[in-house]
Design a protein around this ligand. Structure first.
Ligand code: BDP
Length: 697
């Protein structure tokens, strides 16, 4: 198995009696309608059931009085159930001997078809079905950081999927499979190019290529969006300025939108990275983010499209002119005052944490403080900070941890965690502030590798993101179980073992990589450990800026005695994290500079606790290997060997991480490695020399 089919494998169900029971319920597929999307739904059911049941099932136009089949039907009917659906929701019932998939729209039916297939794939009953499901956010997006030359920024699974030099004439069959995979999760939009955008994508030449992709994705309900290069009016439009308030610039964008919609009538909209990491933007003309975003929104006014304006901005921090400035606070400093100033077609897209997709981050303070601005959450599926395509890290727990955290946007009265209604998820899904536009974005981990994601297990991260974008109340465990059943094995004991491995993997990674709230021990490569890294054009691009190790202790004081970043959170959140005695250990060093000898709630000193985590983290990778070995006979041999080999590398690298950190921090802490752990058998210089190899050009 080369992994190409992802979770849409449709291999024959082994249990014969199960197969026969299923087969009785699906003797035909009746489609009320002829649209492209209904055809996609029927075709998928036919192909899927053919594989799963080994039986070819006819697609017919109308069921008439026939029983024992599947009926697909879209429309805004009068029934209570139909009224309970939103535009893309679906309902699956099995009454009067037919399985009926209903949606208000064809898209709803398509999602229902995939949901029904999932029932079969996970060996659930299909007889007494009564499922109603609505997506909780409206724009469920992948963001591809793909460049016109074929490379992918932070991509670890090959080159871009989009063959720009072959488009628009040649349509790679893979485009359809990409769209199918997304539709199976309910992902309905894709930004095809890097946020560090090339102006090329807005030229007529490239728009024709983008339009061809849109055509390939359309039967699966996936709309195309573009990242835009803010100075495009200058670069390709020949204007002297890109000032968002300049009338000529505004009309250039209006004309550009018109041209795009002429080619792609259902174009999704624009994603923008501006005045961030050297990318130009409205501030270059003395204008605000809102001025820039609203100008683009005005250009899109006649159409359905939206503007997703990123809040990933941070002026240099820790520089002589801003010695106390903290990168953590930068986004809110630039966006806080703009709350309520954005056009109704603008969504501000915020990374889950305040810094940058670290293995663990507190939620971004913006989520608690922008009640008048629709906020989208951006997660990173590609493992930029999670060991690339080598380390096994199941990311659903990262997404859930953030989504389920209470922002206390309505104060303490909102009550206990689960029922508060003020979690990050409640902000993002619009239920808290009543936003009309709601969105979630995942930075894609796909590439041209045959198995799409490099690491076979990283497919689960694409899967988990899509499922959570549809319904953020699903648990990490439920999602893992679905994915394993659909992708690896149905054998219950093996499913359990693999799920256990996946669910623990993130914490294991954090333990050897950035325990107790450490962050960003990297330079530009974001791969090998470099906690010692102290030289850069900007202080906030060094590692020492983040961990702040000194002879007294470790961690970044973000309380009122330090950068006071905590003040950007609501008071109840501040209270939770403000006191080093009570701050949960996973966040401790995010907010406090803690003495090496300080006793923590575990009964160990900071130093001993750190060592314990680094060592148990690295040892746990051995446990992952053993766990994986136990499922050898239950998974495909090729996949087994691939994952086993990657785990071996992961183990080796986890030990580098452990050694790098303990040897480096020991120079500050000046304490022995606590028993029972043994001192690394190499020196700090030896570890540094090893890392240097990875930094050679
Ligand atoms: C950082 C990446 C960088 C991206 C940037 C972004 O290192 O390559 O361009 O985020 O999100 O994580 O814009």
């Amino acid at each position: 198995d080369d992994g190409y089919r992802l979770w849409l494998k449709y291999d024959l169900i082994k249990d014969v009696s199960k197969r026969e029971t299923y087969a009785r319920s699906v003797q035909f597929i009746a489609v009320n309608g002829t649209s492209q999307m209904l055809k996609s739904a029927a075709d998928e059911l036919q192909t899927g059931l053919q594989g799963l049941l080994g039986k070819s099932i006819p697609i017919i136009a109308s069921a008439g009085a026939r029983k024992g089949g599947i009926i697909l039907t879209a429309g805004n009917g009068p029934t209570v159930e139909q009224q309970a659906l939103n535009a893309e929701g679906y309902q699956i019932t099995n009454r009067s001997d037919n399985i009926i998939i209903k949606g208000k729209t064809d898209a709803g039916v398509l999602y229902g078809a995939f949901a029904l297939l999932r029932q079969f794939q996970t060996l659930q009953p299909v007889t007494a079905l009564s499922l109603t499901s609505n997506p909780k956010v409206r724009y469920r997006m992948l963001n591809h950081w793909d460049n016109p030359n074929g490379t992918i920024e932070r991509g670890y699974a090959g080159e871009t999927l989009w063959k720009w030099y072959e488009l628009p004439e040649r349509i790679d069959p893979r485009y359809r499979d990409y769209a199918r995979a997304n539709a199976s999760l309910g992902i309905n939009g894709t930004v095809v190019n890097n946020v560090n955008a090339s102006a090329r994508f807005l030229t007529g030449e490239y728009l024709a290529k983008v339009a061809a992709l849109a055509t390939a994705f359309r039967p699966y309900g996936v709309k195309v969006y573009l990242s835009v290069y803010f100075p495009a009016p200058k670069v390709i439009g020949g204007l002297k300025t890109a000032d968002p308030l300049d009338p000529e610039v505004r009309s250039w964008w209006a004309n550009k939108a018109k041209e795009i919609y002429g080619l792609i009538p259902d174009f999704g909209g624009f994603l923008v990275k501006a005045n961030s990491e050297g990318e130009p933007g409205p501030q270059d003309y003395g204008r605000t983010h809102a001025d820039g975003a609203n100008m683009l929104a005005a250009a899109l006014a006649p159409y359905d499209g939206v503007v997703m304006w990123r809040a990933f901005v941070y002026k240099a921090a820790g520089t002589p002119d801003r010695p106390k400035a903290d990168r953590f606070t930068a986004a809110y400093e630039e966006f806080g005052d703009l709350d309520g100033k954005f056009d109704k077609k603008v969504i501000v897209q915020v990374k889950n944490g305040p810094i940058d997709f670290q293995p663990r981050e507190p939620f971004s303070p913006l989520f608690g403080k922008m009640p008048k601005t629709p906020l989208s959450i951006e997660f990173q599926l590609t493992q930029e900070y999670l060991g690339f395509a080598t380390h096994l890290v199941y990311e659903a727990p990262i997404f859930k941890e953030c989504l389920d955290t209470d922002t206390y946007a309505k104060g303490a009265s909102s009550g206990a965690k689960s029922a508060s209604g003020t979690t990050v998820a409640n902000v993002v899904d619009g239920s808290l502030h009543g936003y009309a536009l709601t969105a979630m974005a995942g930075v894609a981990n796909t590439g041209s590798d045959r198995n799409w994601t490099g690491h076979p297990m990283a497919q689960a991260n694409w899967y988990a993101f899509g499922r959570l974008a549809w319904d953020h109340t699903l648990s990490s465990e439920a999602i893992a179980n679905e994915w394993i059943n659909m992708t690896l094995t149905n054998e219950p004991q093996a499913v359990k073992r693999i799920a256990d491995l996946m669910l623990k993997s993130r914490e294991i990674y954090v333990n050897y990589n950035t325990p107790l709230g450490l962050s960003r021990p990297w330079t530009g490569v974001h791969f090998a450990p470099e906690p010692w890294q102290n030289k850069s054009s900007r202080p906030d691009w060094t590692a020492i800026y983040y961990h702040r190790a000194d002879s007294l202790g470790l961690g970044y004081d973000r309380t009122s005695t330090g950068s006071n970043a905590l003040a950007q959170y609501n008071p109840e959140v501040q209270q939770r994290w403000n006191n080093p005695e009570t701050c949960p250990l996973p966040y401790l060093l995010w907010f406090h500079h803690v003495p090496w000898t300080k006793k923590l709630s575990t009964g160990r000193t900071l130093w001993d606790e750190l060592c314990t985590r680094f060592y148990t983290g690295a040892n746990s990778v051995r446990w992952m290997q053993q766990q994986w070995a136990l499922v050898k006979n239950n998974v495909d041999p090729g996949t087994y060997a691939d994952v086993a080999a990657r785990l071996e590398t992961q183990h080796k690298e986890a030990i580098w991480w452990r050694d790098a950190w303990v040897l480096y921090l020991q120079e500050f802490a000046r304490q022995p490695i606590p028993a029972p752990y043994k001192k690394p058998d190499r020196t700090l210089d030896e570890v540094k020399a090893l890392v240097d190899i990875y930094l050679l050009r």
